[in-house]
Design a protein around this ligand. Structure first.
Ligand code: FAD
Length: 261
């Protein structure tokens, strides 16, 4: 067990101090337990369900004939450095994409038309290897239900510095304040940020939480923000966008411990 203070550990700097079970073998976890990675895409409620996380045993990068094997507790930044050092392509999108490989694969994280599944060959879930063709990867989702312990990536030479530069520039307008990344998914053919701005939510503040002035779809913590303030903003933004544009925004951030449709 490891005690984690989510007001320090999570990227949005909100949450309780709770004990988290560390997993050190590839197996299923008890039903009802929520698995955390680096906590860059989650908002933990004051009363979360039992939590678990992978131990350091799953922090590794190695290569064999199958490809590049990466343990799910490895950070995206570490994999990007490895790719640069070994001149490998397909990992440039990890530039300033915070998270562990488990969380990044689960969310099929990415930017613009690029996502982590582009370069994946297989994933080890609950101790069973699943080929990419059998995984239902889509926009910010993988459909994977179990625990990801390892991902195997294709080995292709040629790290792309121009692509890396493009990702650096794309991230240039992201707010520097603590957040959990984009709050809502972009609806088909539109942008959540545009709808939020149109509904008057750019810069909208409740207590110490606000939709960023720089990027309306980033819910930022101005310092000392709390769960209730974040939820209040999320709920009122959704209602306003639905009323004004008839669009039901879907959360990209995951709320842990509250049933939030
Ligand atoms: C400043 C900032 C910028 C961001 N920019 C982007 C971006 O450009 N694109 C983007 O897609 N995201 C972005 N994000 C969101 C975040 O980086 C990604 O969602 C990332 O995938 C989260 O990884 P994590 O390890 O922190 O997962 P967590 O936040 O801990 O968990 C996210 C989900 O993954 C699940 N999970 C975690 N580990 C595992 C595992 N081993 N097996 C199965 N499920 C697991 C959790 O249960 C949860 O459902 C950003 C976040 C921040 C703070």
């Amino acid at each position: 067990m490891r005690e984690i203070d989510f007001s320090k550990f999570s990227s949005i700097k909100i949450g309780p101090k709770v004990w988290v079970t560390e997993i050190d073998e590839a197996r299923q976890i008890p039903k009802g337990t929520f698995l955390i990675g680096g906590a860059n895409n989650i908002l933990v409620s004051p009363n979360p369900p039992p939590l678990a996380m992978l131990s350091k045993k799953f922090d590794y990068i190695c290569e064999d004939e199958a490809g590049i094997r990466v343990g799910a507790a490895t950070s995206g930044g570490k994999l990007l450095s490895y790719a640069k050092k070994h001149n490998l392509q397909g990992f440039e999108l990890l530039q300033r994409l915070p998270g562990t490989i488990g969380g990044i694969v689960k969310m099929n994280a990415g930017l613009k038309e690029f996502c982590i599944s582009d370069n994946i060959k297989s994933v080890l879930v609950d101790g069973k290897r699943i080929a990419k063709e059998d995984i239902d990867f889509g926009y910010r989702r993988s459909g994977i239900k179990g625990v990801i312990f390892e991902a195997v990536f294709a080995k292709k030479e040629g790290f792309d510095d121009a692509l890396l530069e493009m990702f650096k520039n794309l991230r240039g307008n992201q707010p520097k304040l603590p957040s959990a990344g984009s709050c809502f998914k972009n609806p088909k053919g539109d942008y959540a940020g545009r709808l939020l701005e149109g509904a008057g939510f750019k810069g909208r503040r409740v207590g110490n939480m606000a939709f960023s002035e720089a990027h309306a779809n980033f819910l930022v913590n101005l310092g000392g923000g709390v769960y209730e303030e974040a939820i209040s903003l999320i709920k009122s933004a959704r209602e306003a966008v639905l009323e004004k544009f008839g669009v039901r925004l879907e959360l990209e951030i995951e709320i842990v411990g509250e049933n939030f449709a």
